[in-house]
Design a protein around this ligand. Structure first.
Ligand SMILES: N[C@@H](CCC(=O)N[C@@H](CS)C(=O)NCC(=O)O)C(=O)O
Length: 198
């Protein structure tokens, strides 16, 4: 299977999932930022990540990650038990909505957009909303992982968004910093970072 990637983008979440599952894959870098791209993504909006599994094309990061987990008969990353899966879903949804929305707005209006399109009022609102979501995570007992004793897909989505928040200059508590360090020390994360940014 092949993953279309771009350095420091959401494709890291898919590569991290593949590495946690010990699956074989290839990557193809996409020329996202160029007006005349030399390499394309099969995404209808020319975005990443995209999965090509023997001609089966899938976009949307969380759909790809769940598909990958479901392709492995016995794995703990996306549990099949009713309540275990519901809690993983809860935190994935929180990561993708309450946390990612303001953090992504912050990233765009602080760094990614051309100067003329940056709006400082958006930065102020997004910062407040992101901090509120981060406080919610900080109220959890984060001695191990976001859902408890086991590392799951929810950690990949929560941690990657927290790393983006940190890159935007948001201050994180000691508990969250320690949690992020635990995530970043995972061999699968380290391998994924190298593959995604290559
Ligand atoms: N909801 C999509 C978002 C995908 C997305 O926006 N990817 C960014 C990179 S992180 C992208 O390809 N941006 C290029 C563009 O917007 O043209 C997902 O989670 O997969």
């Amino acid at each position: 299977m092949k993953i279309y990637t771009y350095p420091r983008s959401r494709s890291l979440r898919v590569i991290w999932t593949l590495e946690e599952l010990n699956l074989q894959y290839t990557t193809e870098g996409v020329d996202l930022m160029s007006a005349t791209p030399g390499s394309y993504s099969p995404h209808p909006q020319h975005k990443v990540p995209v999965l090509d599994d023997d001609g089966f094309i899938l976009f949307e990061t969380s759909a790809i990650c769940k598909y990958l987990c479901s392709s492995v008969p016995s794995q703990d990353l996306y549990p099949s038990g009713l309540t275990e899966q519901a809690i993983v879903e809860q935190w994935m949804s929180f990561a993708l909505t309450d946390l990612e929305s303001p953090v992504w707005a912050l990233l765009k209006h602080q760094a990614l957009l051309p100067e003329a399109l940056k709006v400082k009022e958006v930065v102020a609102v997004a910062k407040g909303e992101a901090l509120r979501a981060i406080e919610c995570i900080d109220r959890q007992n984060l001695t191990k992982w976001i859902t408890g004793e086991k590392f799951t897909l929810a950690d990949i989505f929560v941690a990657h968004n927290l790393l983006w928040a940190k890159a935007c200059g948001l201050r994180l508590s000691e508990q969250i910093e320690a949690y992020l360090l635990r995530c970043q020390k995972r061999q699968a994360y380290r391998r994924a970072l190298l593959r995604n940014n290559a």
